[in-house]
Design a protein. Structure first.
Length: 339
């Protein structure tokens, strides 16, 4: 039986190749990651194939994918050249916040903050923290420059993490004598009285995100000693009543769950030589129905007061898993439809 030879496979017109060269092979190894996992993350996110050839990477895909991949790789390589490591979150940020064909710019023309030369760097005992978005950088700068700063926006935008990092940095440099971190212990589906243990045992679960952030910036033994000496305090908002907070860096987290009276009480605790960061998401109020959020009221009353800074984050600043940004967008969209 006669057979007909099949023509060789053809490459679609929109699939082409781009070769990107990296002069330092040691940095290229770090760029690729262990078992090329960094390249695999980029391949999956941008639908491109990446092949390594010596000190070059061959990108295979459509033009848009190749351009974004090349820009992402160049931006990450520049980060390595500056002596900073590349982690999974950095790769995700480079992809999402937007490497473009020009290099490290975002899709809307703003340069990705984490790769910007001379960007704000927060130095702590265990690590250095660099803002990943323009709003994060603005927020950090405000925290260093202003006595009172409000960080407003959705979960996952780094408000608490950056505020604690700045607090630790200023404490290490001797600019403040102590750090106070606080949250309203508002029940959300569970009652404090039903939890086992004494009052500390009951409120510690609400404070855990603050402990976690501190643990990222200070060695465990040093942190425990500072807490024991009360140079670092973590306490519910109700415990702030009657205190004057001088020469301290004070962070109020989840401030949307403070009542109007609690917020006024907290704001008037500000003493000489102190800094305050008040963070919250006004779309996630857990207060009983009919109780006005002190954060919402404070934003309205204080927005034009001289010396008070406001940093307004959006879903574009979410730096957690990319799914978090999509979840927030979906809820926002549903909320608008039901309004």
């Amino acid at each position: 039986m006669a057979t007909t030879a099949l023509p060789p496979p053809t490459t679609p017109d929109d699939i082409h190749e781009t070769l990107v060269e990296f002069p330092d092979n040691r940095l290229l190894i770090d760029l690729c990651g262990e078992f090329d996992r960094n390249l695999a993350q980029i391949e999956q996110a941008l639908e491109v194939q990446i092949l390594r050839r010596g000190n070059e990477l061959l990108l295979i895909g459509d033009e848009a994918a190749r351009q974004r991949s090349a820009a992402t790789l160049n931006a990450l390589y520049s980060r390595l050249e500056s002596g900073r490591a590349v982690e999974s979150g950095d790769i995700d940020a480079a992809i999402r916040f937007g490497a473009t064909a020009e290099g490290t710019g975002s899709h809307d023309g703003d340069q990705l903050e984490m790769f910007r030369g001379g960007t704000t760097e927060i130095k702590t005992r265990k690590k250095s923290v660099i803002p990943r978005t323009a709003m994060q950088a603005e927020y950090v700068q405000r925290l260093f420059d202003s006595e009172l700063v409000f960080g407003l926006g959705p979960a996952g935008t780094g408000k608490t993490y950056l505020a604690v990092a700045v607090a630790v940095s200023m404490f290490i440099e001797g600019n403040v004598d102590r750090i106070l971190l606080s949250r309203p212990a508002v029940e959300a589906g569970e009652r404090l009285g039903f939890l086992p243990g004494d009052m500390k045992d009951k409120v510690d679960p609400y404070m855990q995100p603050l402990y976690d952030a501190l643990s990222d910036f200070l060695p465990g033994k040093q942190l425990a000693k500072l807490i024991e000496e009360k140079r670092i305090e973590i306490a519910p908002l109700a415990f702030m009543r009657g205190r004057t907070l001088s020469n301290a860096f004070v962070v109020l987290d989840e401030a949307q769950n403070a009542t109007s009276m609690q917020m006024k009480m907290f704001l008037t605790r500000l003493g000489q030589g102190s800094r305050m960061a008040i963070n919250g998401d006004m779309s996630q109020v857990d207060l009983p129905r009919g109780v006005l959020s002190g954060l919402i009221e404070a934003e309205r009353i204080l927005r034009n007061v001289k010396g008070i800074g406001f940093a307004r984050f959006t879903v574009k600043d979410v730096v957690r898993h990319p799914m978090v940004a999509r979840i927030i967008e979906a809820y926002d969209s549903a909320g608008k439809q039901n309004a």
